[in-house]
Structure formats: structure tokens, C-alpha cells
Design a binder for this molecule. Structure first.
Ligand SMILES: [Zn+2]
Length: 299
């Protein structure tokens, strides 16, 4: 529904920045046993912390697909030996093999999928309507960094809620002030720009960073919108080809996650079920969850 755009990236030399990367290689293995059940709230044991989870004996078969982070540190048992890194996840490091297309002719590029040879996947979570401690806990316990495309009007009742995600490694991005899914058709340039800039200012005010990425409400975009996004100081419009919705994965292409996929999720009541669906797909595909902004160099 988002359509493909011609803003196809050229493969280019690796960016200089080495990514601290991400994904919960370790955790993936550690807490794999908890994921499938996360549909049922709080079924996980209280000690599902990254550290203690490694000691969990019951690693289910299907989730073994942990393609990365071969070296899992010794299980964090009750041994008296101090283990300073016990609670720290081991994240893989990737040197990005993709370069964000530049703004050309005042138009921000539109990115639907990242062309990469790395086993990475990008999680994006939209809107912000439903704010549950459980969503914070899941994102923290599993150490999944995500791009949060938040809408001012849906977070204004409690913007501080999202600080926990910031602390956990995610970034707040721009999903407009009002979430008018018809803005592309109904509004001209200036009105679109106002709705976009308003969220830039709001995000900066509450989270101390100006978003670099934009997601159109509903996914529809136009050249007028691309122009407004660039004028607002952002680097790209981000759409998707896969989403976690109603507790299952939906793919616009194929039937599994591919390296470089951008996955759409929402802050909804079914967050845990969607998260579990995403996680199962991510593990099955052997992909690491990496922060999109890091990979694009726009963090
Ligand atoms: Zn939305």
C-alpha cells in the first residue's frame, strides 16, 4: 500500500561509523523460551532479566535459530564470582553496507527496505496510543532498539512514558502532530509542513533530539510531503513491507522476514502478541534487531 519508490539506494562503501550493534544476539538465546508465550501477559517468570534468563533450562526447539553471538557467556548462576557484564547484552557490530540516498531536488528519499547483506532487521513502532508497562518491560528485557514514530496528539497525555524507551536504546521519530491519514490528499504543502514541524518541535522539547526520520500516517506519501519532510530537516520517509499486527506477521513480499526488512508495529493493547510474532519471525530468519538510525547514520 505504500508503493515502491524509485529512490533506490546505490550500494556504496561501508560507512565509516562502526555500528554498535544491536539485536539481542545473546538475549535472543537467553530468553527465547519466553517469547512464544508473551501473548499471555506476564507468563514469563519474574526473573526474566537478561542475566538470569540465561540460566533458564528450557530452551525450546524452534527458537534455536539464533544465528549470532556464538559465545554466550557462562550462565549467570548463583556463583559468588562477580560478573560485571552479567546484565549487559552482547550486541553484534555491523559496518553498514548501505548508504541513505541524499535529498535531491528538495525531496526526501523514501525507504521501504534496506538493501543489505547483513542479517539485520529494523523494528519501528508507531503512534503511541496505548502505554503499558509491559511494552517497556518487553523492549527492555529483550533489548530491542526501535524507531518510535510517535504522534503528538496520541502521546500528549503522557510524553514522559516514552523516556523509558529512550533509556532502553530506542529513538523517537516523527509521525506528525495530528495523524491525519488523508493529509496527502487534503492538505497543501504549508499545512503538511506545519503538522510535521510541530512534531519536530515537540519531540525536541520532550526528548531532546530532533527526529531525522518521518513516517506518513497511513503510509501514503507524495512529492509535496517529501518536500515538507526535507524542509523540516529530516533525512528520509520510512515505510515498510512487513508488519506485526493482531498477533501475527503480515508480509507484502514473501512469507518471512528478509535481511534489511523494516517492520511496522504499533503501541496497541496487543503489543505483547505483536512483539511475540515479530520476535518469532526474527529468530526464525536468523536476524538481529538493529536500530535503523544507526544503520543509516542518522541517529
Ligand atoms: Zn500511525
Amino acid at each position: 500500500m505504500c508503493g515502491n519508490h524509485s529512490a533506490v539506494p546505490n550500494s556504496t562503501p561501508a560507512r565509516r561509523a562502526v555500528l554498535g550493534a544491536f539485536g539481542a544476539s545473546l538475549v535472543a538465546g537467553l530468553s527465547a523460551c519466553a517469547a512464544p508465550e508473551s501473548t499471555a501477559p506476564e507468563t514469563t517468570t519474574p526473573e526474566l532479566s537478561p542475566a538470569s534468563a540465561s540460566a533458564s533450562p528450557e530452551v525450546p526447539g524452534p527458537n534455536g535459530a539464533l544465528s549470532v553471538g556464538g559465545e554466550v557467556p557462562p550462565s549467570y548462576s548463583a556463583a559468588p564470582t562477580p560478573t560485571p557484564t552479567a546484565t549487559k547484552r552482547i550486541r553484534r557490530t555491523f559496518i553498514p553496507d548501505y548508504q541513505l540516498p541524499p535529498i535531491v531536488g528538495g525531496l526526501a528519499p523514501v525507504i521501504t527496505k534496506i538493501e543489505t547483506k547483513h542479517p539485520v532487521v529494523f523494528l519501528t513502532i508507531d503512534d503511541g496510543n496505548i502505554k503499558t508497562p509491559e511494552s517497556v518491560r518487553l523492549m527492555t528485557d529483550y533489548d530491542y532498539p526501535a524507531s518510535l514514530f510517535l504522534t503528538r496528539d496520541t502521546i500528549a497525555d503522557n510524553p514522559a512514558f516514552f523516556n523509558a524507551f529512550k533509556a532502553q536504546g530506542s529513538l523517537v521519530e516523527n509521525h506528525t502532530v495530528t495523524h491525519n491519514i488523508n493529509m496527502v490528499r487534503q492538505w497543501g504543502y504549508q499545512q503538511q509542513l506545519n503538522d510535521i514541524v510541530g512534531m519536530q518541535d515537540y519531540a525536541f522539547q520532550h526528548y531532546g533530539r530532533r527526529p531525522t526520520l518521518f513516517r506518513p500516517p497511513g503510509g501514503a506519501y507524495s512529492n509535496v510531503m517529501r518536500q515538507a519532510v526535507a524542509a523540516a530537516g529530516m533525512k528520509a520517509i520510512i515505510t515498510w513491507e512487513a508488519k506485526a499486527n493482531a498477533g501475527k506477521m503480515d508480509y507484502q513480499v514473501g512469507n518471512s522476514l528478509r535481511p534489511g526488512d523494516i517492520v511496522l508495529m504499533h503501541f496497541r493493547a496487543e503489543f505483547a502478541a505483536d512483539f511475540a510474532a515479530f520476535r518469532a519471525a526474527q529468530l526464525a530468519a536468523g536476524l538481529e534487531v538493529v536500530l535503523l538510525e544507526d544503520f543509516l547514520g542518522v541517529a
